[in-house]
Ligand binder design. Structure first.
Ligand SMILES: Cc1cc2nc3c(=O)[nH]c(=O)nc-3n(C[C@H](O)[C@H](O)[C@H](O)COP(=O)(O)OP(=O)(O)OC[C@H]3O[C@@H](n4cnc5c(N)ncnc54)[C@H](O)[C@@H]3O)c2cc1C
Length: 372
């Protein structure tokens, strides 16, 4: 398998934008109408999810360990849709048909072989992880929303009590389905490390017109039974933690997975130095600052720097979050953990890499969309 050729081919196909997932799902549903019921009525957001997953896979294709962990999570997570091994063949065939269609004359037997090999590896890892998971865990958990607190006009903090504790690593996320939005699953990151009582904290930003975030940020969500998928994500500390300090960069609710990592660090016998940068557009968007400052006052190893980009009244750090991070040090000797909107995550990765941080010291969770 030629990784460079595969990446180049993906870039060429992805340039066709939304046409790519449109073609893929049309091909899949024509050839396998029986799988249509596994998807939501409106496929708009689903199309983005396919592309996001492919982007993640292709960008990690030369980072075998991280990619394997990601794919294993994805395989376990897909159990919630009722996906079984036969579906992987159907998806693989439609994926190849889609790539062939958009590759035009660039589609050669060698390229076909690259994609077949890559998809075979992806499918094998996902199916194996799903099968192993069937022995030990349900495809999804029921959870009851036990509290809802509106922290700013568009951000709410929720606590969910799952029916039984979910085994996850701090920094990971689960897909949530609310009963008012059947079959629309969206990922949200746990904001706490696993607790004895199993309770999970989520920070949810209301997206205007967003199907699931609107349901979850309504105060009437308290008492609702939601479904929670298997934990996914590789924004996690090494086990055991490497002897390096941590630079955490959170944009908006990207704070959630990083706060879980801070929570994890509080239980370590010898926590590393942790510098958490928390950015928002306005001071109101720093929705969890009180709790972070309290943590920093309790733990000498933790420094919290809030920053806002579009609020001249703010008396602390102002400007682009990444400029603020750059002003505070060169960060050699640190591992970076970055979470939040796509653009911020991509810019952070590029800037840290060009400042000399090795790729395997940069850990990211990209929440998808960026603010216009
Ligand atoms: C691994 C992962 C972890 C995540 N963790 C969190 C988290 O902890 N907290 C959190 O609030 N979100 C998180 N997200 C984002 C979340 O999964 C949803 O994408 C978001 O809540 C929007 O879902 P929705 O159903 O409300 O909107 P949708 O119905 O999916 O989208 C409606 C429209 O809103 C726009 N849109 C969608 N998402 C965004 C966005 N994030 N910003 C701006 N515009 C958008 C698009 O134009 C879209 O067409 C995470 C995403 C991923 C991939």
């Amino acid at each position: 398998m030629d990784v460079a050729r595969l990446r180049q081919s993906f870039a060429q196909v992805a340039a066709h934008g939304d046409e790519v997932p449109l073609f893929f799902y049309a091909d899949l549903f024509i050839k396998h109408p029986e799988v249509r019921d596994m998807f939501p009525i409106s496929m708009q957001a689903q199309r983005g999810h396919l592309v996001d997953a492919l982007v993640k896979i292709v960008s990690h294709v030369d980072r075998a360990e991280e990619l394997t962990v990601f794919l294993q999570g994805l395989g376990r997570d897909h159990r919630k849709f009722g996906v079984i091994a036969e579906h992987y063949e159907a998806v693989g065939a439609s994926l190849l048909a889609t790539i062939e269609h958009f590759s035009g004359p660039a589609w050669t037997p060698e390229l076909q072989n690259d994609w077949q090999t890559a998809y075979h590896l992806i499918g094998t890892v996902m199916v194996a992880a799903a099968r192993a998971d069937e022995q030990v865990r349900p495809p999804w958990w029921k959870g009851t929303v036990v509290s809802h607190e509106r922290r700013s006009f568009d951000i709410s903090v929720l606590h969910v009590q799952p029916e039984s504790p979910i085994d996850y690593l701090p920094g990971q996320s689960v897909a949530i389905e609310s009963p008012s939005r059947p079959r629309l699953w969206r990922y949200y990151s746990m904001a706490n490390a696993p607790r004895q009582d199993g309770k999970l904290e989520f920070h949810v930003r209301l997206i205007d017109g967003g199907a699931v975030s609107m349901a979850l940020t309504s105060s009437s969500i308290v008492g609702t039974e939601v479904r929670l998928g298997a934990p996914i994500g590789v924004l996690t500390l090494d086990q055991p933690p490497a002897d390096r300090n941590l630079l955490l960069v959170a944009g908006s609710t990207g704070l959630a997975p990083l706060k879980a990592i801070v929570d994890q660090a509080t239980a370590l016998p010898k926590p590393p130095q942790v510098h958490l940068f928390f950015g928002a557009r306005t001071a109101e968007g720093l929705y969890d600052l009180d709790s972070l400052e309290k943590l920093a006052a309790e733990h000498a190893w933790l420094t919290v720097t809030p920053a806002v980009s579009a609020d001249p009244r703010f008396t602390g750090e102002t400007g682009n979050l990444l400029d603020v991070v750059a002003r505070h040090g060169d960060w050699s000797g640190y591992d970076a953990y970055v979470a939040g909107p796509s653009q911020m995550v991509q810019d952070a990765t590029a800037r840290l890499a060009s400042a000399g941080m090795a790729q395997d010291h940069i850990h990211i969770e990209d929440f998808g969309w960026s603010e216009p």
